[in-house]
Structure formats: structure tokens, C-alpha cells
Design a protein. Structure first.
Length: 440
């Protein structure tokens, strides 16, 4: 017999053990046994009758709850067992909130305390109203893009998609008592970091763990974050292997794009935005690692995550918006789809590793092609495509380039600026009626 989530031993009673009772009440309940040493051996207590009276009174007066205190006997020794039920409301010990996890007691503070209090009240962090921000403060292009992709997914009615911004947000359950929820601002505000520190994605290329070569940060609303993150990774950090099947050009990326997209979406949807820490993507010559400051549901393990499981999103309102847009499923199949994409492409499946502060998803590259350590060489594939289109249609617009290449207008702008700086192209005439000239 050993101590566990629901069992704790103490040799003698001290009033400070009310903290342990508080931790059991705030978690899944448990039993505190007085009269056993750290090895579980019964050593007994001499004042059982007094403890049977004092402990229930102290628990009631300090914690405001009732517990079942009873005597027990083992090897001729008297023990006291304090049985604690889990409480639906948060229980505090003199203003402190304690929580039982595994065989330890933790005092909850900061973001962990806020998440705990919200959960006990039946709320989630992303569902809290945020006064002072209205639909007019949100990013019009982001909402327009949402309507566009959601129309294809058919998970919202035509009437809902044709509604005003306020009506659409209400249909997405992003409004509470006439206030936008935190989820609405994270999803659709052009700069959510103004309100939530760390609501961004950082990407860096590392020659070694200590040698950062270059980096980028994506600070747009979450709805655009996944797309822009994937675009920047393809444009600057990953180099595709080029083959030809007859006249058809075939690109093979070091990480299957479907798997990488799923991993990025999972990180964005399940991140703990109360942490104030960005999602971090580290790219090396032979691997790509995504770190998400989030956590699995209580008592979940990696093995359970990899098996058949229900969908329990860390941010339900954020997840619902991505589901309605057709970008994720609601059956807890994100990890399964990621692994399936890797197996289909003949690539290694990713490694998932839990830490106290977050979750790592690591992809080993599928072939021996080494990723270059300069931005210029990793952009060649995309910029070659742009030059082909500019030569064929000099008057093509940025939005038309974006549609043809499957990139965002901002991604196209980045590449055009790089080509202009290199003296490869120039723009002649006005933005609307001008044209491009390819100089090299």
C-alpha cells in the first residue's frame, strides 16, 4: 500500500493538515489517515477520542465543509481516518486554495488558480466576458474569411453566415450578456496581444540549441494564425524536395503538410492563453518541434491521448469556432489524423512529450535532406512560382497571386518585397492599373 491521489498518511494530527483536507475537497476527494508513518506502518495515536471531536469542528470552522471522521484499529494501534468528499464549489484554507494531484498537495496561484475557480463555477477561461470591446473592434478581413471557409464546411446555415458581425458572433456563442467573450477577441481581433500577453506564435531556426539563426512572430488573431504560421514555415524554414513525374512537378516536404497543419491547429486550439507564453516552434536541420503551454485534461496520459478518446477541448469556445469553419473535427481525432498523415506519407510519426509547463510535439524529418540555415535559400520554391506567374501575366494582382498559390495576401507581400529588394522585379504604374516587370 502506498500514498496516492486519494490517500495520505500522517503520524500525528497538526492543524496545518487542514490544507491537505482542503486539497482533497478541491480535487477528487480522499482519505487522510492519522497514525501511520511515511512507510504506511501503523504507529497509532493516543488521543483518539479528542481528535474525533476536534477535527470535525476545525474542518467546519476553517474550511466550511463537513467530513466523516472515524476511528480504526490495526495491530493493536488506534488510527483516525478522515474521509473527504469532492466539493463542487471551491474550498479555501484561510484564503489559500489547495489541490491534491497524484500523491502531492499544491497551492494554486496565478493562472492555475483562475482556471480552477472558473472550472468550479462551470466556466472556462476563454468564455469569460471582456467589457470595452465590440464587434467594430474586430478584424473585418478575418470575419470575412471565416464566413468564406465556414460556407464550404456547411456547419453554419446560410442565414447565420449572412447575419451581421454581432449576429454571427452570437451564433458562435462568443457573446455573453452583451459582452464579447475572450474567445472572440483572441479569434478575430487584429492584435489580440494588446489584451492577452503571449497570444502569438514564435518560430525560430536553430543550428544548435544555443544558436538561433533567425526568427519570426505571428501576432494576428487566432483564425489567421494557423494559416500564416504554416505559410511562414514553408516560405522561410522548410525546403521541399523537388521531383518530376513526367512534366508534373512534385514537392515533398520534410514534414507532411496535413500533419503539420493539424499539429499547429491543435496547439492554437488547446493552448492555455492565461499562461502569457507564446506557442514556440523550433526548426532544426533534422527536426521540427512545437511547444504548447497547455495541458491535458486531469489524469490524462500520453497513452490515453494516443488512443480512442472523447473531445475535451481546453478552450471550448475557440474550438467551436474552428469546428464551424471546418478546420477541426469535434471527435478528438486531431492526434489520430496527424499520425495518419505521417503514415500515409511514409514519414516518422511525431513524438508527444508532456512537461509540467506544456506539451511538446516533435517531428523528425522524413529524409536526409538538410534544411538550409539561411532564409534566402529556403524561399526559392515559392518565389520561383511567383516569377513564373509574373512573367505570364504582368498585370496580376497580389490577391490573384494569393489565390493561385494558396497563400495569404500578407504572405505574397512578403515575397514580393524580398524580390524587389533583390532587384529581381519592379512595379511600374499605379497599384490598380500598373504591372510587374521581371528584371532577372
Amino acid at each position: 500500500m502506498i500514498e496516492n491521489q486519494a490517500l495520505e498518511w500522517k503520524e500525528s494530527w497538526r492543524d496545518e493538515y487542514l490544507r491537505w483536507i482542503c486539497g482533497f475537497a478541491n480535487a477528487e476527494g480522499g482519505v487522510l489517515v492519522i497514525g501511520r508513518n511515511d512507510h504506511g506502518v501503523a504507529v497509532g495515536v493516543s488521543n483518539v477520542d479528542r481528535l474525533l471531536v476536534d477535527i470535525p469542528n476545525k474542518v467546519r470552522d476553517v474550511l466550511g465543509i463537513l467530513v466523516d471522521v472515524r476511528s480504526a484499529h490495526e495491530d493493536g494501534k488506534d488510527l483516525v481516518e478522515i474521509r473527504v468528499e469532492p466539493y463542487p464549489s471551491p474550498i479555501s484554507y484561510k484564503g489559500e486554495y489547495h489541490y491534491r494531484t497524484g500523491s502531492t498537495r499544491q497551492e494554486l496561484r496565478g493562472a492555475a488558480l483562475e482556471q480552477f475557480l472558473l472550472r468550479k463555477r462551470g466556466q472556462r477561461w476563454d468564455g469569460v466576458p471582456l467589457p470595452g470591446i465590440g464587434a467594430a473592434d474586430l478584424d473585418g478581413p478575418a470575419l470575412a474569411e471565416f464566413r468564406k471557409v465556414a460556407a464550404r464546411s456547411q456547419r453554419l446555415s446560410e442565414a447565420d453566415l449572412a447575419d451581421s458581425a454581432e449576429g454571427l458572433l452570437d451564433q458562435l456563442h462568443l457573446v455573453d450578456a452583451n459582452y464579447l467573450k475572450r474567445a472572440a477577441v483572441l479569434l478575430f481581433h487584429p492584435r489580440p496581444e494588446r489584451y492577452f500577453t503571449g497570444a502569438s506564435v514564435k518560430i525560430g531556426f536553430f543550428a544548435t540549441d544555443a544558436d538561433l539563426q533567425y526568427q519570426d512572430e505571428i501576432t494576428t488573431g487566432l483564425f489567421f494564425q494557423a494559416l500564416q504560421t504554416l505559410e511562414i514555415l514553408k516560405a522561410k524554414y522548410l525546403k521541399a524536395k523537388i521531383d518530376y513525374e513526367g512534366l508534373q512537378r512534385v514537392e515533398t516536404w520534410p514534414v507532411p503538410q496535413a500533419a503539420l497543419r493539424e499539429a499547429i491547429l491543435n496547439a492554437i486550439v488547446h493552448k492555455d492563453y492565461a499562461s502569457g507564453i507564446p506557442i514556440q516552434i523550433s526548426v532544426y536541420a533534422d527536426k521540427l518541434m512545437i511547444w504548447n503551454p497547455g495541458s491535458l485534461p486531469p489524469d490524462w496520459t500520453v497513452q490515453r491521448l494516443l488512443g480512442k478518446h472523447a473531445s475535451i477541448p481546453f478552450n471550448p469556445d475557440i474550438a467551436n469556432a474552428f469546428f464551424r469553419s471546418g478546420q477541426i473535427e469535434s471527435w478528438g481525432r486531431g492526434v489520430e489524423r496527424m499520425f495518419e498523415a505521417c503514415r500515409t506519407a511514409g514519414s516518422p510519426v511525431p513524438e508527444i512529450r508532456l512537461e509540467t509547463s506544456g506539451v511538446w510535439v516533435s517531428f523528425a524529418f522524413s529524409d536526409s535532406t538538410t534544411q538550409e540555415t539561411t532564409q534566402e535559400t529556403t524561399q526559392e520554391t515559392t518565389q520561383e512560382k511567383i516569377l513564373v506567374l509574373l512573367r505570364a501575366e504582368a498585370a496580376i494582382t497580389r490577391s490573384q497571386l494569393a489565390d493561385k498559390l494558396g497563400l495569404s495576401p500578407d504572405g505574397i507581400k512578403y515575397h514580393l518585397d524580398q524580390l524587389r529588394k533583390a532587384g529581381t522585379i519592379r512595379r511600374t504604374g499605379s497599384t490598380k492599373s500598373g504591372h510587374w516587370e521581371v528584371l532577372k
